[in-house]
Design a protein around this ligand. Structure first.
Ligand code: URA
Length: 238
């Protein structure tokens, strides 16, 4: 990783220790040490790779990027802030960075895989329409899902308003009054899965994302739980 030199107050604020004003106060109070020596100057330059910063004796390590896999529950919104609802960022209680965001959106009632990071480049690579990154979903659908639906999805259905969905792969698990399916799409248009089923006269009543590119939902995560990506998961995504 590249050596990053930054001011001590920014270092601490980036790591969520407090606002810039709050951390300046901590520094002036002599609560912060760098490599064992108390530093009372907020503008002191820190090498994020080499220097050991401590607060009250406890290390505060610097993280440029954070990557979390969340099993999103229904009822929370895919946003960074919201006036009335809990957001997916609120669920990442151990987060350090203040600049985390969800990579793409899941509807409030959709569950499943959501990547949370502050790595804008990675997010762009996963979301850019031209990259055609696969997104896998499991859904329960009101109505009998048929081979005709499979064919229609494979050809690309109309989403209304002149918008078309690109060809998608529909796997039927149960075909009944309430059907169960897996669907792989390469786009992330607004309400895309729900609108695809609407276009063939059916209604999605439960939706869960299972995968995004090489990243697969860790089924040991209960709804609302999260964990950091492993080195392997991160390498594969990058
Ligand atoms: N498609 C939808 O309709 N909703 C989601 O949350 C994700 C994909």
């Amino acid at each position: 990783m590249a050596v990053i030199m930054m001011r001590l107050d920014k270092y601490l604020a980036d790591m969520g220790i407090g606002t810039r004003t709050e951390v300046k106060k901590l520094i002036r109070q002599g609560k912060i040490a760098v490599d064992g020596a108390v530093i009372k100057s907020p503008e002191a330059k820190i090498d994020t790779e080499k220097n050991l910063v401590t607060l009250g004796g406890k290390p505060v390590s610097y993280e440029t990027f954070e990557y979390y896999m969340l099993n999103k529950p229904a009822g929370v919104v895919s946003a960074t802030t919201d006036a009335k609802d809990k957001t997916v960022i609120d669920l990442i209680e151990t987060r350090k960075r203040k600049d985390l965001f969800p990579v793409g959106r899941l509807d409030k009632d959709t569950e499943g895989l959501l990547l949370i990071t502050n790595d804008g480049e990675l997010a762009h690579r996963l979301l850019a329409p031209k990259k055609h990154v696969d997104k896998g979903y499991y859904a329960k659908v009101e109505g009998v899902v048929t081979e005709e639906d499979q064919k229609a999805f494979a050809e690309g259905v109309s989403l209304g308003g002149g918008e078309m969905a690109r060809p998608a792969e529909l796997e039927i698990i149960v075909s009944d009054e309430i059907s169960e399916i897996r669907l792989t799409i390469q786009e992330g248009k607004f309400h895309q899965v729900k609108r695809m089923f609407e276009s063939v006269g059916k209604k999605v009543i439960y939706l869960k994302r299972l995968s995004m590119g090489t990243l697969v939902l860790d089924e040991t995560l209960a709804l609302g739980e999260y964990r950091k990506l492993t080195e392997e998961e991160l390498k594969a995504l990058c």
